[in-house]
Design a protein around this ligand. Structure first.
Ligand SMILES: *[C@@H]1O[C@H](CO)[C@@H](O)[C@H](O)[C@H]1NC(C)=O
Ligand SMILES: *[C@@H]1O[C@H](CO)[C@@H](O)[C@H](O)[C@H]1NC(C)=O
Ligand SMILES: *[C@@H]1O[C@H](CO)[C@@H](O)[C@H](O)[C@H]1NC(C)=O
Ligand SMILES: *[C@@H]1O[C@H](CO)[C@@H](O)[C@H](O)[C@H]1NC(C)=O
Ligand SMILES: *[C@@H]1O[C@H](CO)[C@@H](O)[C@H](O)[C@H]1NC(C)=O
Ligand SMILES: *[C@@H]1O[C@H](CO)[C@@H](O)[C@H](O)[C@H]1NC(C)=O
Ligand SMILES: *[C@@H]1O[C@H](CO)[C@@H](O)[C@H](O)[C@H]1NC(C)=O
Ligand SMILES: *[C@@H]1O[C@H](CO)[C@@H](O)[C@H](O)[C@H]1NC(C)=O
Ligand SMILES: *[C@@H]1O[C@H](CO)[C@@H](O)[C@H](O)[C@H]1NC(C)=O
Ligand SMILES: *[C@@H]1O[C@H](CO)[C@@H](O)[C@H](O)[C@H]1NC(C)=O
Length: 738
């Protein structure tokens, strides 16, 4: 049915410190060794009494394997609790045959994906003493964390104060493996890699504690960023699904984790995992799982990806999940370099090493021999230990392992990514280019240059929030009509729970053991939004995933386009998520499963494919019409048009009143002069809660330059301001309508 997508790319956890190299193997049809493939078959039949998914899977396999093979030997996993499909060892030829079968939506090689505080919640205007539902209500919610597992003994996950049993609806289990005990806080655990759900990397403990960890006072990383670690909803329960280890996060396990989490009864899914670029919907396991989660009322929050800042680098694009960009907070972690001449330079690094006021010599040269030529030495790709031992080295490129291995006493590096702090292996400072030039000219200016690299400290950053350089940017490369990322949240220098057996850096030589650590990445911003979604759900248990998402988007604090945010909404979506405002958005743009299904039809997926995905008999109303994709009731507006060509675009939307029964909202548009934007009607009057009103937003004009034109519409009743950005991309020229 669907075309086979044979691009194989590894996929990672989206923390920067842990980002692995991306390996993309183009399809090699000559290679006929069986490889792990996913065979995605859409929804399970409604009535499954007489239906056995596993026998169906074996039967399909039987049809493509040669007669002598036992299909049970090829079948690796069956997905049968929340959706239909399986993972199996298949040759390319067998995969292609299966893809042609009428019960199959798509067949794709299992890829390896990657994993991609304290202070951050205060920065979001969400203090400790916030308005909360009683514990009995909060603890009825279960946050499913699909990640590297968890450290169950962490203070962040102990069950002090949890009295009741797991919520009644909970159908999960504690199957964390040997020596893994759940409790009343951590109520579920399963694993799909390794032999236990225990976190050996630290990433999963970090994300779980940011979303829903306990309040834990007085923690920090060697005293850095000391404070209270907490999640958004400390009384919510946590269920972990371990899909990643040091080898990455395979698709087959991602789908198995969703299959279980949805059936177990989680309320929100947090998945800080993704690829380095966007995949089309039918071959993206994170999008596929999130579709079936949405169909069961579960919102999925995913990291936007760490491939920024280039355009179209956002890797999370499905409309039914929320894609989260990462921004700085007002507390930055810096370290100072004190030069022998008294000058002080400031680096962005998480440096736990005390200098005790001691200045050490700066190496005059890093190397100059056939083994280590000067060019490589200046980049610190190699260093001559004789020249650098016991000294501080200056590196033209970011590197901590080589200086450490060469016996350097410290390293000062040139870092263009000035807004990211990483934990380092040795005394270390990452300087912006101009400061790096300063220390180099100081080295030249004196016979015995010296410096002291001080331990990191917290500093106020008046420029926050600023989207991190690494955060994946729009436009949405797969569905340009849907603005991505959706929203931004803190993801730089975030302190949260860690695994004491994990290395705080990537380096296995690093023997430091910590219970809390500082990480940066969209992996860290994602669980902030998962937590906010859980908080909203604790007040509005009946809201759909789309309503919760709309509440978070339309109430987000707008961010300002500037030289550091030159692509505006493509960096931060609707702005920085605001938990308190999201509780009471006034209006929501709701979307049901049928609307998403119709969108798939309009995207051009065939009736038969959409029927399998949705489980509906006649899913597509009318022929595919691409220009109707933008009529999905999305809480933001986006389109791509050509420069110099007059255009008329029309967006239909329907809002649901969730504010005051008797209320009247006036629409206000802010547009750039080249665009004419109208809304009809301009006033929406409601008499009842949950009443719906529709409007049409028309955008017309002619833009002569290549630009991304950003406008907005705000519906206001004087109390609630329901804001949506309108992003007209006049840069790529893919106009879908005359
Ligand atoms: C179980 O795991 C904990 C944490 O790593 C460890 O301290 C303990 O010794 C382990 N117990 C057994 C029986 O392996
Ligand atoms: C990760 O898990 C897989 C599956 O259990 C295993 O084959 C692989 O060796 C593990 N990788 C590491 C680095 O432990
Ligand atoms: C590198 O070594 C060569 C040969 O020993 C010497 O001529 C040259 O001056 C050295 N360059 C630097 C930058 O030390
Ligand atoms: C330092 O001195 C070297 C050699 O004398 C020169 O090439 C370089 O430009 C100087 N660097 C700075 C930053 O002054
Ligand atoms: C980490 O927590 C354990 C208890 O779970 C404690 O024994 C240990 O001292 C802590 N480590 C640090 C570095 O604080
Ligand atoms: C899907 O089927 C419906 C009803 O049979 C038909 O109206 C529609 O044109 C079909 N859509 C596509 C994309 O084939
Ligand atoms: C697609 O929908 C647009 C907007 O409603 C409409 O103007 C256009 O005629 C439709 N195109 C087709 C081929 O039906
Ligand atoms: C846009 O709509 C206006 C008003 O209906 C019409 O006059 C104009 O010709 C349309 N422009 C294009 C490019 O379709
Ligand atoms: C609704 O609000 C309008 C304007 O604020 C007011 O005139 C009217 O009396 C209100 N109606 C009800 C039933 O409260
Ligand atoms: C908005 O655009 C649609 C489709 O082009 C058109 O039918 C409608 O009259 C326009 N509304 C306004 C107020 O211009």
């Amino acid at each position: 049915m669907a075309n086979l997508n044979y691009v194989v790319c590894s996929v990672m956890i989206t923390t920067l410190a842990f980002s692995l190299f991306i390996t993309c193997d183009a399809n090699n049809n000559k290679d006929d060794n069986p490889k792990l493939h996913i065979v995605y078959m859409g929804s399970l039949p409604e009535t499954i009494n007489s239906y056995s998914p596993t026998s169906h899977h074996l039967n399909l396999l039987q049809q493509v394997l040669d007669g002598s093979s036992n299909p049970a030997n090829s079948l690796v996993r069956s997905y049968k609790r929340s959706f239909n499909g399986f993972a199996a060892m298949l040759t390319n030829e067998q995969a292609a045959k299966l893809a042609e079968m009428e019960d199959v939506v798509s067949v794709f090689p299992s890829m390896t994906f990657q994993t991609q505080t304290t202070r951050s919640w205060d920065f979001l205007g969400f203090p400790k003493a916030v308005k909360r539902q009683p514990r009995s209500i909060e603890s009825n919610l279960v946050v499913g964390v699909i990640d590297t597992g968890i450290w169950p003994e962490s203070e962040s996950f102990n069950d002090k104060g949890f009295t009741g049993p797991a919520p009644k609806k909970w159908k999960g289990t504690c199957a964390g493996g040997k020596n893994f005990t759940c409790n009343k806080k951590l109520i579920g655990a399963r694993f799909y890699v390794d032999d236990s759900a225990r976190d050996g990397i630290g990433h999963g403990s970090h994300t779980a504690s940011t979303a829903a960890g306990n309040y834990v006072d007085d923690v920090g990383f060697y005293g850095i960023a000391q404070g209270t670690a907490r999640g958004a909803v400390p009384s919510a329960r946590i269920a972990v699904y371990k899909i990643c280890n040091d080898s990455g996060c395979p698709s087959a396990g991602i789908l198995a984790a969703y299959d279980d989490a949805i059936a177990d009864g989680v309320d929100i899914i947090s998945i800080s995992v993704g690829g380095s670029f966007a995949l089309t919907l039918e071959v993206d396991p994170i999008a596929i799982g999130a579709f079936h989660a949405m169909a069961k009322g579960v919102l999925v929050s995913q990291s936007a990806g760490n491939s920024g800042p280039i355009l179209s680098s956002v890797a999370s694009i499905a409309p039914w999940l929320i894609s989260v960009a990462a921004n700085t907070i007002d507390r930055r972690i810096v370290d100072k370099v004190l030069l022998g001449n008294g000058k002080v330079l400031t680096g962005n690094t998480v440096n736990s090493f005390e200098s005790n006021g001691r200045q050490v010599p700066i190496a005059l040269s890093n190397g100059n021999s056939s083994l280590c030529p000067k060019e490589s030495a200046d980049l610190c790709q190699c260093l001559d230990p004789k020249l650098v031992n016991g000294k501080i080295v200056l590196c033209e490129q970011y590197n901590d392992a080589v200086p450490k291995d060469s016996g350097a006493a410290g390293a000062v590096v040139n870092a263009d990514t000035g807004n990211v702090g990483y934990v380092q292996l040795l005394p270390f400072a990452a300087l912006l280019l101009q400061d790096f030039e300063l220390i180099k000219s100081y080295r030249n200016s004196t016979k015995e240059p010296r410096a002291e690299i001080r331990k990191s400290e917290s500093a106020r950053d008046p420029n926050a929030p600023k989207v991190a350089t690494f955060s994946g940017r729009g436009p949405n490369p797969v569905i340009p009509e849907i603005l991505k990322p959706d929203v931004s949240a803190p993801g730089v220098d975030i302190l949260a729970a860690f695994s004491p057996i994990a290395t705080p850096t990537e380096d296995l030589e690093d023997k430091r053991s910590v219970n809390y650590s500082i990480l940066s990445g969209t992996s860290m911003s994602c669980p902030h939004v998962s937590g906010i979604a859980t908080y909203v759900k604790s007040f509005h248990p009946d809201w759909s995933p789309a309503a919760i998402k709309s509440a978070i988007l339309t109430s987000a604090t707008p961010m300002v386009r500037s030289s550091v945010h030159d692509v505006g909404e493509y960096a931060y979506g609707s702005g920085q998520a605001n938990p308190l405002k999201a509780l009471n958005p006034g209006l929501v743009y709701d979307i049901n499963k049928g609307d998403y299904v119709q969108m798939l039809c309009n995207l051009g997926y065939h009736n038969a494919t959409v029927k399998l995905i949705s489980g509906e008999v006649n899913p597509c109303k009318g022929a595919a019409n691409r220009s109707l994709v933008r009529s999905l009731n999305y809480p933001t507006f986006a389109a791509q048009i050509k420069p110099n060509v007059p255009f008329n675009l029309s967006f239909g939307r329907t809002v649901t009143n969730v504010g005051l029964a008797n209320s009247s909202y006036k629409g206000t548009i802010t547009a750039i002069p080249e665009l004419k934007i109208t809304v009809t009607p301009t006033v929406l009057s409601f008499k009842a809660l949950n009443e719906k009103k529709s409007f049409v937003l028309n955008v017309s004009g002619k833009v002569t330059r290549k630009t991304v034109a950003i406008s907005s519409i705000v519906w206001s009743d004087g109390t609630h301001n329901v804001r949506s950005p309108i992003v007209i991309d006049v840069s790529s020229g893919d106009q879908d309508e005359p």
